[in-house]
Structure formats: C-alpha cells, structure tokens
Design a protein around this ligand. Sequence first.
Ligand SMILES: O=P(O)(O)OC[C@H]1O[C@](O)(COP(=O)(O)O)[C@@H](O)[C@@H]1O
Ligand SMILES: [Mg+2]
Ligand SMILES: [Mg+2]
Length: 349
Amino acid sequence: MKAVKTLGQFIIEKQADFPYAKGELSRLLRDIGIAAKIVNREVNKAGLADILGDAGTMNIQGEGQKKLDVYANEQFISALKCGGECCMVASEENDECIHIESEISKDAKYVVAIDPLDGSSNIDVNVGIGTIFSIYRRISAQGKADLNDVLQRGIEQVAAGYVIYGSSTMLVYTTGKGVNGFTLDPSIGEFCLSHPDLRIPDDGVIYSINEGYYSHFPDGVKKYIKYCQVEDTKTQRPYTSRYIGSMVADLHRNMIKGGIFIYPLTAAAPNGKLRLVYECNPMAFIIEQAGGMASNGYNRILELEVTELHQRTAIFIGSKNMVKKAEEMMTCFSPQLTKKNFEGEVCLQ
Ligand SMILES: O=P(O)(O)OC[C@H]1O[C@](O)(COP(=O)(O)O)[C@@H](O)[C@@H]1O
Ligand SMILES: [Mg+2]
Ligand SMILES: [Mg+2]
C-alpha cells in the first residue's frame, strides 16, 4: 500500500533543507493551506451557498468583484492574521497593502501577495478557478512593514504557489527547491503529496491565448500564433489551442502536458492585463522551478522592476523551447514594444 504524505508532514520534513529556519515559513504555508481548504469547501457547494454572482463592488482595477472574490480574500487574509507569521498582505482585491499589527504578528518576517480567486469569469459557470500566492521576506527595519517589502523583484521570492479548484483540488508550491503538488483528499480533509518534483516538459503542443483579441495583438504574437498553426510533422505542428480563461488552470494543464500560455500587450490593454506582483511573479517562480521559462516577450519576468502594487505586464510562460520561440518572434516582429509605441502600431491581419 502506498504511504500517504500530507502537506503538513511534507513541510516539516522539508524544513531540514533550511537548518537555520525556525519554522515560520512552514507555519505560513500551513496557514495558506488551511484557508485554501475553507475556500474549497465553499467553491464545491457554490450553487447552494448563495456565493455565486456579483458582489456589487469594484476593485481598484475597475473590475467588478464576484462574491467568491470577496469571500476568498477575507478567508486568506483572516488565516494570515491568525497565523502570526505574516506582517503585511497585498491582494488583488485591496487598493493598499493590509498591515497586520496584532501582538502575535509584530515580529513576523514575511509579507504575502495574493490573488485570492483567479479566473473570476469562470466562477459562475463551474469551470476551474484558482488562488495564487507569493511570499517575500520583509526588507524594512522593525516597525510597520512598508510597500517596498512587496515591491521586490520576483527573484527575491522565498516561496510561491497556487491552488487549483478543478476536477480535484490541488495545492502546488515551491520554496526554490523544485515544485511539489498535493491533491486534497476530501475524505480526510488533507492535501496529500500526489505530484512530487513536478517538471514541465521542455516542448509541448498546446498554446493558450485568447484568440478573440487577435486583431489587437502585436505583430510578434500574430506571427507566433501562425507559427503554431502551420503544419510541420517534425515539430508536431499544428499545435492544439486550449484556453480556459483562468491563468491557474491554463498553466496547470500546460505544466503537466507541456505548452505555452500567453497574455500579451493588446491594443485594448497596452500595459498587459495580468498583474506582476500576485499573478505573474509567483507563476514565473513556479514554472522556472519546474524547468520552464517566463518572459514578458523580451526579458525574464522574475527580473522586472516592480514599481507599483497592481502593476501589469505581458507574459509568455511555459515550456522552455516554446517560450524561446515566442521571444524570437517578438524580437523580430515587435522589437521592444512598449505602451507608447504599441498604441501607434499598425497590426498585421
Ligand atoms: O478574459 P481574458 O481577457 O482572456 O482574461 C483571462 C485572464 O484573466 C484572469 O481571469 C485574471 O485573473 P482574475 O480573475 O484574478 O482577475 C486570468 O486568470 C485569466 O488568464
Ligand atoms: Mg488572477
Ligand atoms: Mg483574482
């Protein structure tokens, strides 16, 4: 019989990798795991629990919030407050950082950035959704943490992970020593190790991009899409197009099967849509740790300067050789695309 290893057991075992650590990061990961289970419980009975639909409020980015966005945000923040290992949270759903100044958190060393519910447009239709989190060590001196603690470049992340609420619920995370995946066993209420040492294939046959915006894409992206569609038996093209519209679900599939996920700058979103701090950096850390690559079309996502909490970026992420090919197309057909020169770009049809 195969022995079951729970997330809690795994975290404790892995603490040996950090001999000088005192267990704070382990407890922080445990707190996130607890909140994920609570959110999962609501997601699983969403149609019954008056938790579908709009909350009637907007976040700072002008996006209408769903009830589940608000619920998940509250649950993760509350778990981080109760856990005592986090001094500040940055969330997609809050304009400003939330300071945690309770007695138990006053010496906390970590800050957390979170997208509590990723794939909001899929909530009401029972399609895979997720949570994304990123953990940094605070860099400010004692006292109240400040914005700079969370505006660190992605390479400074201590840990990152995602939860996917799909046909099963999984928590996948890295602390910079590979990637491990845990499936929630509902019968015992525990995340159990199911995908040890996850690796993304170097090549893949799946490309994921919202092709409905094709006419708004930069020329480099259009050329790459055409490349994906051209018949070539040697490289197994044409590739398959798969787009769920939840970054977590699209990337999780590509992680397992191999593939690329792209959300470029578009004429309608000239800064990109996805957020660097709590969507792109954590996913880039995970994918790189699994052997993949993440770029904004020209540069490594993890090395981008972070100047704003809700900063957006273009992203090309997934199997190494696919991302390299897409970068090649960007460099050739849309060299150094920025918001400024993109607005005037004449797009190829
Ligand atoms: O509908 P679009 O423009 O294709 O955007 C889909 C993308 O937006 C997101 O839903 C944004 O995330 P949120 O739901 O957290 O705002 C991604 O998960 C997804 O990849
Ligand atoms: Mg999101
Ligand atoms: Mg979200």
